[in-house]
Design a protein around this ligand. Sequence first.
Ligand code: SAM
Ligand code: DTB
Ligand code: SF4
Length: 316
Amino acid sequence: MECRSDWTREEIRSLHDSPLLDLVYKAASVHRKHHTANQVQICSLISIKTGGCPEDCKYCPQSSLYQTHVEATPLMQNEEILSLAKDAIAQGATRVCLGAAWRKVRDGEQFNQILEVVKKIAEMGAEVCCTLGMLNASQAEKLKSAGLYAYNHNLDTSPEFYSSIITTRSYEDRLNTLDTVEKAGISVCCGGIIGMGERIEDRIDLLHALASRKPHPASVPINLLTPVKGTPLGTKKRLPIWDLVRMVATARMIMPKAIVRLSAGRLERSIEEQALCFLAGANSIHSGEKLLTCPNPHFDQDQNMMQILGLQGLRR
Ligand code: SAM
Ligand code: DTB
Ligand code: SF4
């Protein structure tokens, strides 16, 4: 299958709704044509600036508008970031993602500190990714020069549902930042969340927005909402695994070359459930005891799963 940027919503919906085993079979075939079977990339997340965020994303425990278990802390020192990155690489991570609870990047000492640490982690041989909110062209270029490999900036849901989830910025703002990242020659990581009360149509519209980008995002994280107490979505129910399998398989078919990442929400899922997702085309996981602020499977736990399933970690 060629990489297409002209998928229609109807085509995407029809793939998404096909009989589950047909869907998984087709997605697995596309996956094996474009990727090495049984290979998954392990990514590690480091929350370098936690909490106190001015945005009102209803799913997020780091928004300062909600009372959650997360306490706002200042930007982490580079020494600590480097030591966490070193540990993660030693445990098999080949991608290290630095996350900040910011609306946007501001020039100054803190940004310079981040440029420094990006450079040092890149020198350790890992792909470095940052997710720092909105950024401008000069900031993107500085990150690129420092050795940044990828930038994560999620569209999260459909354009229509977006304003029910976030009111402090627009879909347009997100798309503009993605364009800025793209223009600076940084690899784009962009995906979304399911389980926030959206309709299936919203998931299709998100997939449509992602697959309409030219080129496609190189990396597409699929998050299952982790309901966090204190956030407006804190009491949402867990989705059936089939919803995740359908989302992963459809993403895999319409964006054949992308790395599809199983992001938030794995801790509560069995090895059997995750195995179906890998079969459906997921080829990366976030590993390590924490995502940004929420618990996540430990490296050992994931190693065990990978051994059972015969999965190899991607080497660089
Ligand atoms: N502040 C930056 C931004 O919004 O782009 C970067 C950090 S933000 C925490 C990164 C992503 O984490 C969000 O876009 C969202 O997809 C995901 N996320 C945050 N809280 C989540 C939750 N409770 N469950 C699932 N995904 C979540
Ligand atoms: C992404 O799509 N998911 C990751 C990563 N990109 C930055 C973050 C998930 C965060 C889950 C909630 C938390 O740990 O705070
Ligand atoms: Fe802030 Fe990002 Fe959380 Fe939104 S998702 S509240 S922008 S940290």
